[in-house]
Design a protein. Structure first.
Length: 340
């Protein structure tokens, strides 16, 4: 209890400074880094444990700007938007945020990881019921959910997971992806089938999944409706003021779900975004062999992210539909996403 109270005190002090536009969460070089959490097999044990502190993290080892979802309350919102309706809106979105685990990388990736021949990647996504509920047979080689052989256990589809293109690259990776839902103390697993949307120029995909839980589709549908209703309950003045801020909900380092709040720095501004291979990212700024994408609309924010936050929803006072999707981080643009 003493250690917990110490951390709470430290985080309270940091909270008082978090809405200032600083460079504390940016890299020291103007590189654009994707924020998946890539692990070799022998490192898998590192994803178990607590987020505070995480000694292997080079971006923010103490993670003082993250708040666990169960602890997030009115005091965690900026004073001028500290309203119960906005808190409820964030909490409703939180239910739809999932942890993504891609166990195998595709040979079709244009840039492969140099860290391991068999990398394992963790990231974040958010669920949406955008297609009709379906029933099909389990396609898993070893079905852990039912204990039955492949093709015999009943499964249910119809749920889409939105995340980054650099998280789930193609249908091969989709079929080797596991998605973890967390509703308070309840955990539900889902498994990738294929990609249904693939917007590479926006670093955005939707992943169709199936689950053995017959209620998950209806649960996701309910929370999707709750998000729309919660938005409608927010007073117009709070919505307008909320346009100054951004809220990110993610699973940094493949660990428990957390929420971070910061300033909205830039909304849909056209920027030349430099895309580096993973090898070039590690070679740092001295390597000038860059691939440039066309100019794209970029939205940036100071809300904290970390490795594993790729694909996280970014909530703002703009657009009451699906949120922005966190993509990358850089010293120049800070944390940002590629707009719709």
């Amino acid at each position: 209890m003493k250690m917990k109270s110490v951390w709470q005190t430290i985080k309270k002090i940091v909270f008082q400074r978090r809405f200032k536009d600083t460079n504390s969460d940016a890299n020291h070089i103007d590189d654009e880094i994707i924020e998946t959490w890539d692990l070799c097999g022998e490192e898998m044990g590192q994803v178990l444990g607590t987020l505070w502190p995480h000694s292997s993290c080079t971006k923010d080892p103490q993670h003082l700007r993250f708040t666990p979802v169960h602890s997030f309350c009115l005091d965690n919102l900026p004073p001028d938007v500290r309203h119960a309706a906005l808190l409820n809106y964030v909490k409703c979105h939180e239910k739809l945020v999932v942890k993504i685990h891609v166990s195998k990388l595709s040979e079709s990736r244009p840039r492969k990881s140099s860290k391991s021949k068999f990398p394992s990647s963790f990231a974040t996504g958010y669920a949406w019921c955008a297609i009709e509920r379906t029933e099909l047979s389990c396609s898993l080689d070893a079905c852990r959910e039912s204990g039955e052989s492949s093709g015999h256990a009943a499964t249910f589809g119809g749920i889409l997971i939105y995340t980054n293109k650099h998280v789930v690259f193609d249908d091969y990776e989709a079929s080797h992806t596991e998605v973890a839902f967390s509703f308070d103390d309840n955990r539900v697993a889902a498994y990738g089938i294929k990609l249904r949307e693939n917007r590479q120029n926006k670093d955005l995909v939707s992943l169709e999944v199936f689950t053995h839980n017959p209620d998950l589709y209806h649960t996701v549908g309910k929370y999707t409706e709750d998000v729309a209703n919660a938005w409608n309950d927010i007073p117009a003045s709070i919505k307008n003021t909320f346009k100054k801020y951004a809220v990110v909900i993610s699973h940094p380092h493949g660990l428990d779900k957390v929420i971070s709040v910061g300033n909205l720095i830039m909304l849909e501004k056209e920027e030349d975004v430099e895309i580096r291979s993973e090898e070039e990212e590690e070679d740092s700024v001295s390597n000038t062999n860059l691939r440039r994408k066309p100019t794209r609309k970029v939205t940036s924010y100071s809300a904290a992210t970390c490795q594993g936050s790729s694909g996280a929803p970014v909530l703002t006072g703009f657009y009451q539909g699906k949120p922005f999707t966190h993509s990358r981080t850089s010293a120049r643009l800070k944390n940002y996403c590629l707009s719709y």
